[in-house]
Write a protein that binds this ligand. Structure first.
Ligand SMILES: [Zn+2]
Length: 211
């Protein structure tokens, strides 16, 4: 099994995201598709301690092909949400984070996060420096799986966005493969942090330097 096999990548990426504050308190998660198999981090565990054998394998219909031998490990309620991005966008990887900066974006904005004139915008698919990035925001629900339909509708209504924010909860981000998903997740998080600072200092994050 190579270093880049999803069973090795998922524990490694979860450790990185844990230290970024994206999946502390057992929250957050990641799923990677390789051909017709989706690999998914288990639910409700210390995300920085996941081992390769703890990863679930599912088919493209969301059925579990291979569960971990440790029966205490459960499939995450995020699973149908990850599959929204796999099915509707042909994503190669999907990441769910509880980043504080993503949460603050949902506090500052109504139904759509917007930011413009930031170099890091160029790290997002089909976006340039002068463009206004738009990420839809959906309302949170008591259970994560109840977000499935509103997330699906937001994905269809916003073909420009490779992410959906969930109010006071976090973000789902995807990409064509794990590298693209990770890059976009990092760029979005940076943009949320920038927008939060702009608002704190009384600036409009959508208005460029010339006003
Ligand atoms: Zn969550």
């Amino acid at each position: 099994m190579t270093d880049e096999h999803p069973r090795n990548l998922i524990p490694e990426l979860c450790r990185q995201f844990y230290h970024l504050g994206w999946c502390t308190g057992t929250g957050g998660g990641i799923a990677i598709r390789a051909e017709n198999i989706v690999y998914m981090a288990p639910s409700g565990v210390q995300k920085e301690r996941i081992r390769p054998e703890d990863v679930f394998e599912l088919d493209l219909d969301g059925r579990v092909l291979k569960a971990p031998e440790n029966k205490a490990l459960k499939l995450t309620e995020c699973s149908p949400l990850f599959f929204n991005a796999f099915r509707q966008r042909g994503a190669g990887a999907v990441l769910h984070s509880h980043s504080l900066d993503a949460l603050m974006a949902t506090v500052h904005f109504g139904s759509m996060f917007r930011v413009s004139h930031v170099e890091m915008i160029k790290g997002l698919r089909d976006y340039g420096y002068y463009d206004t990035v738009e990420v839809p925001i959906i309302e949170n629900t008591a259970r994560e799986c109840e977000l499935t339909e509103s997330m699906s509708l937001a994905i269809d209504a916003n073909p420009q966005a490779d992410a959906v924010l969930v109010r006071r909860h976090g973000i789902y981000v995807w990409g064509r493969d794990w590298q693209h998903a990770k890059t976009q997740a990092e760029c979005f998080d940076y943009l949320f942090r920038f927008a939060d600072r702009m608002v704190q200092h009384g600036h409009d994050p959508v208005v460029g330097p010339q006003g």
